[in-house]
Write a new protein. Structure first.
Length: 525
């Protein structure tokens, strides 16, 4: 077994922001790491659309390898969905090296009692309920350091309020600095006999999704009152994460340091189209009537939300749903779901999302939109697969193609440009192969459309934005530095190569049973 490895995962990291701050001298620790590291561009490929990036790292498995294409599971017997945690085994459990983890999303500690650490402290989408090994560790952390100081801001909706925007930046920065201190204590005092230490930093993810409008002059929210504060707050979080990098790399100078992000970030192009516009489109396509009242023009909607400091996008959208078309049980779900984005339970309700407000109609529709956080997800209501299927298997391909053709003709009601960039049929000609975590049709959006102009069903929207930022950036970043590593630019590799690289370094042998391949031979002196 070789020298130990310290892994720092940067969840929601966007290189372009960091590069600018490095040039301005505001991220000196990252600059130092880049100068002495082997630098790689990490390509996550189509797997990024699953929303399971950290499950891919924690398990070493691709969506095909894990047979899981989304955290959202559809039940074809009752036409309901739920967001489920990971149940897969983390890759370190299969190898003979001691591991300590801190807040690594989708890392299933319950199934790995020999791995020390704790999860779901302050992670963005932890993918697992709070757990620690040993059991008493969580209590030790709370007693010594306290609870996560930015819990209200993990999924914060802040752009209508400058005050909340500032509070979010301050709290997430504080959280990143506390995370550094806990990680240092955990790896240097609480557990000293470890070969692999994994720390994942989530504050960037929370910040960039809520504050992107502050740095993107093309964003429809760039001129709202909170935008300047959003830029300052986002940069404050990046500077705090830079301090974290300094604390941890300086505390463990003997380690191989692996700092990486699975993919980059950018403007959010999915929330409104996937969560609200597509479900409404498919409803109108079947029933021939709208299910949502029209919003005022976009500028008016945004100004009203800013004037009121609106705290909930879900409530704003729900106020425009036609109440007579919403069964009482759906309204009850919506009322109890406002602000409910807790990700610590074993299963997570999706009742806050507009797409799910249509679920009582799904069994009557030939196609419907599943709740989705990224690309649009369309499920065909197929005979023999769904319990009340209406589309015959012989009509499956034709139905998919018809829906795709119609959606391709939709244009943005503001710009007039097509709303669809690409359409993917997941299992053409073989619909029975579609799993309960898959859609039949995936819609990749061209832009962050806030309203559709359709040929046959009128205008849908515009609906005000939810998260300004999303998972639309370029490559992730990988930095590896330590004994025997030759600094320099090494081009592109797969994001799935990180786990097998760690395994080969620690065991001296190629990894088996996981996806990707080690890149260690490329970067050694």
């Amino acid at each position: 077994m070789n020298d130990r490895v310290l892994v720092i995962g940067l969840d929601g990291f966007e290189q372009s922001i960091a590069e600018r701050l490095v040039k301005e001298g505001r991220m000196p620790n990252l600059q130092n790491l880049i100068e002495r590291s082997a630098k790689l561009e990490l390509e996550h490929g189509v797997a990024r659309r699953t929303g399971l990036a950290w499950e891919h790292f924690a398990t070493g498995l691709s969506p095909d390898g894990a047979r899981r294409w989304s955290a959202v599971t559809f039940d074809p017997s009752n036409y309901r969905c739920k967001q489920e945690p990971t149940r897969l085994k983390p890759f370190p459990a299969s190898f003979d090296f001691s591991t300590v983890v801190f807040d690594t999303p989708y890392f299933n500690l319950k199934e790995t009692p020999d791995i020390k650490g704790f999860v779901s402290w302050g992670a963005h989408d932890p993918g697992i309920a709070p757990c620690s090994n040993p059991d008493a560790l969580y209590g030790e952390i709370l007693e010594k350091f306290g609870a996560y100081p930015a819990k209200p801001w993990i999924y914060g909706f802040v752009w209508p309020s400058t005050e909340r925007t500032q509070s979010m930046g301050e709290a997430l920065s504080e959280a990143a600095l506390l995370r550094a201190q806990i990680a240092k204590w955990l790896l240097s005092e609480r557990f000293t006999d470890w070969s692999l230490g994994i720390v994942v930093v989530s504050e960037l993810h929370s910040a960039i999704e809520a504050l992107w409008h502050g740095i993107d002059d093309a964003h429809p929210l760039y001129n709202v009152p909170s935008a300047q504060c959003a830029r300052i707050s986002l940069e404050l979080v990046y500077e705090a994460v830079d301090q974290l990098l300094g604390v941890l790399t300086e505390s463990f100078p003997e380690c191989l340091h692996v700092i990486f992000s699975m993919h980059g970030m950018g403007p959010n192009s999915a929330d409104v189209p996937a969560m609200a516009l597509l479900p409404e489109y498919l409803y109108r396509r079947h029933f021939g009537r709208p299910h949502i009242r029209e919003f005022p023009d976009l500028e008016t909607s945004i100004n009203r939300m800013c004037s009121a400091g609106t705290p909930s996008w879900t409530r704003t959208v729900a106020d425009h749903w036609i109440k007579k078309h919403l069964p009482g049980r759906i309204l009850k779900r919506i009322r109890t779901a406002f602000g409910n984005h807790s990700k610590g339970a074993n299963t997570i309700s999706l009742s806050w999302m507009p797409a799910y407000w249509y679920c009582d109609y799904w069994s009557k529709m030939p196609a419907f939109a599943l709740p989705a956080f990224y690309d649009g997800q369309i499920r065909i209501n197929l005979q023999g697969r769904e319990s009340k299927g209406v589309v015959a298997i012989d009509d499956y391909d034709a139905t998919c193609k018809a829906i795709a053709s119609e959606l391709s003709s939709c244009t943005d009601i503001v710009t007039g440009k097509p709303v669809v960039k690409d359409i993917v049929f997941t299992h053409p000609g073989n619909p029975m192969a579609v799993s309960n975590t898959e859609a039949d049709i995936i819609i990749v959006w061209e832009t962050a459309s806030l309203g559709f102009h359709t040929k046959n069903y009128g205008n849908i929207g515009p609906i005000p934005p939810r998260r300004p930022g999303g998972h639309t950036g370029g490559a992730g970043m990988g930095l590896l530095s330590g004994p025997g590593i030759k600094a320099g630019e090494y081009g592109e590799c797969s994001s799935f190569d990180m786990a097998p690289t760690l395994i080969e370094h620690l065991t001296g042998e190629p990894a088996s049973g996981i996806d990707g391949q080690s890149i260690m031979s490329r970067i050694l002196n």
